[in-house]
Design a protein around this ligand. Sequence first.
Ligand SMILES: Nc1nc2c(ncn2[C@@H]2O[C@H](COP(=O)(O)OP(=O)(O)OP(=O)(O)O)[C@@H](O)[C@H]2O)c(=O)[nH]1
Ligand SMILES: [Mg+2]
Length: 405
Amino acid sequence: MAIPKAMRVLGGATFLVFLFVLVTLYRSDPTAIKLPTGGIKEGILPGPRPQGWDHDPQLDPSGEAPEPLRRVNGNNYAPDNANSDRINATLLSLVRNEELADMLQSMHDLERTWNHKFNYPWTFFNDVPFTDDFKQKTTAATNAKTSYHTIPKAHWDIPSWINKDLYAASKKALADKGVQYSEMDSYHQMCRWNSGVFYQHDALKDVQYYWRVEPKVHFFCGVDYDVFRWMQDHNKTYGFTLTLLDSPDSVKSLWPETLKFLADHPEHEAKNNAKGFLTEEKEKGHNHITGGYSTCHFWSNFEIADLSLWRSKAYTQYFEHLDKAGGFFYERWGDAPVHSVAVGLFEDKSKVHWFRDIGYQHIPFFNCPNNGKCSGCEPGRFTDGEDWLNSQDCRNVWFQNAGMD
Ligand SMILES: Nc1nc2c(ncn2[C@@H]2O[C@H](COP(=O)(O)OP(=O)(O)OP(=O)(O)O)[C@@H](O)[C@H]2O)c(=O)[nH]1
Ligand SMILES: [Mg+2]
């Protein structure tokens, strides 16, 4: 039976529309996620959501970071390949001998999800020598090279210009205000070392990129591209997974000191900076205590960065200024707010990247993508702690100021 012409035309047009929709869907970039907007929908996840979000962006299906992506091909990333495609980069851990079991747990997760493919070396630091047991067991946990370094006293000790009486009085005052770890000398020393000293160690003098890994963290998602090469190929200098609020009392004078530094060195402020991330009031009252700092910071227990950032003139002078001001001891400045303020001011914000595809947990917060390569975490769950912890999420402030790249 012959089909009438009108029907044939209609059928052809329907087919063309169908083809167009199919091609559009196929070509759309799954990583180009829009910032969720709208009112808070009850019952999606517990706890208060960041202002302006109706759901966590990690609930949206996501894929890998944008091309180009360097992948394993034959033996190009084999551990003993002297001409491998690895670049000058390392996994880096400051850790105590007593944290061996927790370190092995972090290593197993990162090796399983990523590093058994790419075999980047592990570089371990400690303020005392590593035990043989620590060395043997961590070496056995990877096929990649491992190296172990004791931090020189000059890098770790409390600097000579710190006034001991003032420091003792400050520790007590901060502890009375409930600032966590403020009475532990080692915590202050660790924060100072992670802020501006670690890259001065000889072991890192020829290294360009590092991925900081703490004991007792989790990685949930298979990642099939060379993350360091990705940073280099995409002109990124700083990568993060989570951003949070900090205790304002721990950084009371960080922003005022930063403003003093900027007044002397206006040339260091980047044109396309992310100052709004640092100054928008996210939590009522914080900016009043801190003299204008939101306390939003990249949570630096996860940090993938280019060491040229910290070796730059801007950061070298900035760290020197902060170190002399003494707030690593008279307050409890963390390396997270110090690095974040520097990145937010001195770096072009387009060089900062949110690794949405790296599933990560440091108690009590998660970065958990909605992605078939992840297991062991719940997409879009920000914390498994108490509900109020959801309000500590600063990602929306970053996304609003710099986008989701
Ligand atoms: N060798 C050594 N490592 C330290 C010292 N203090 C801290 N670290 C390491 O520095 C990193 C950060 O210390 P944490 O105690 O985890 O600090 P935090 O992440 O702010 O605190 P938590 O929320 O309790 O994990 C970890 O990798 C520790 O193993 C120290 O005195 N010596
Ligand atoms: Mg920790």
